[in-house]
Design a binder for this molecule. Structure first.
Ligand code: MLT
Length: 320
């Protein structure tokens, strides 16, 4: 029976079920060592990963028995898709399983920034009682700019409408009048127009060569001084030094960063800024989402290793 290699922290009852049919090697620290990973993948039929394992062309060459790379999550930017496709290896992922959790976190971060919740909490714990200092703003009546109006962007917009926010969207793939825009009462704008108009900007684009550095100094320069920026997508979408400069000069009012260019990022000036929230890439980390993610990827690994087609695949359903 083919070996299943898990190189990151992907656990749960569905993973235990894989052990009934296969040898499962679970080493959640393996992603940190490309050399050890390369040695471990030699006899693997399936590789299960999150976003930290770099699945390079070189790694895939070292894995002659590999039939499937199963990504616990939606972003496949850490996988060399072209190399996997050329090698006939299925890349499966779980595009729907964690979407609600990410959208809920984006809403949580909006509220936390609008009402200064983390800074006021830290101050109160330290003995302060500063109601004037932590005067906030309402979301009602404000404009939410959703950059990337796919599944997560739409779910965020849907929830923001319950807070009486006006929705504007920028998306390179959508056309004006598309059903998603109509359903959510959203207006499609260029990125520049959205950034100039929004009170809250939330990023929901995948990481691609086109979105790497999408929000840099020129984009931050058109935002309102009262606007805040929320990133639950990928760290690379924001030029971090440009964001730091924009926050220091009060070009924008605040930011919430769930994702970073380098993860974990190490100490950073953002850590000291009361108008910035930093989180350790928690978007998908709810019990409900992780149960769905692990169930979906385990199902597809079992299907492919048994010679059947994967259900949620990025390139093709069966090894070639
Ligand atoms: C995803 O791509 O689904 C999220 O970033 C979650 C993750 O990588 O763990």
């Amino acid at each position: 029976m083919p070996k299943i290699l898990i190189s990151e922290n992907v656990a749960g009852p569905a993973i235990n079920a894989l052990r009934a049919a296969h040898e499962v090697v679970y080493d959640p620290q393996l992603w940190k060592s490309p050399e050890l990973l390369k040695a471990a993948v030699v006899d693997a039929g399936a590789l299960i990963i999150r976003n930290q394992t770099k699945v390079t062309g070189e790694l895939l060459v070292a894995a002659p028995q590999l039939k499937i790379v199963a990504r616990a999550g939606v972003g496949v930017d850490n996988i060399d898709i072209a190399a996997a496709t050329a090698a006939g290896i299925v890349v499966s992922y779980t595009p729907a399983a964690n979407a609600v959790s990410v959208a809920e976190l984006a809403i949580g971060l909006m509220l936390a920034l609008a009402r200064n919740i983390p800074a006021a909490d830290a101050d109160t714990r330290a003995g302060g009682w500063n109601r004037q200092r932590y005067m906030g703003t309402e979301l009602a009546g404000k404009t939410l700019g959703v950059v990337g109006f796919g599944r997560i962007g739409q779910m965020t917009a849907e929830r923001a409408r319950a807070f009486e926010m006006k929705i504007i969207a920028a998306d390179a793939w959508l056309k004006p009048g598309s059903p998603a825009l109509t359903r959510l009462g959203a207006t499609l704008l260029s990125l520049e127009a959205l950034l100039a108009e929004a009170d809250v900007v939330t990023l929901h684009v995948p990481l691609t060569p086109e979105t790497n550095g999408l929000i840099s100094a020129p984009q931050l320069a058109v935002m309102k001084p009262s606007a805040v920026l929320i990133n639950t997508a990928r760290g690379e979408v924001i030029d971090e030094p440009a964001l730091l400069a924009a926050l220091e000069s009060r070009q924008i009012a605040g930011a919430a960063l769930d994702v970073r260019r380098v993860e974990p990022p190490g100490p950073s000036p953002f850590d000291q800024m009361p108008n910035v929230i930093v989180l350790p890439h928690l978007g998908a980390f709810t019990f409900e989402a992780q149960e769905r993610v692990v169930e979906a990827l385990s199902r597809d690994v079992l299907l492919v290793l048994a010679g059947n087609a994967a259900i949620e695949y990025f390139n093709f359903p069966k090894p070639r």
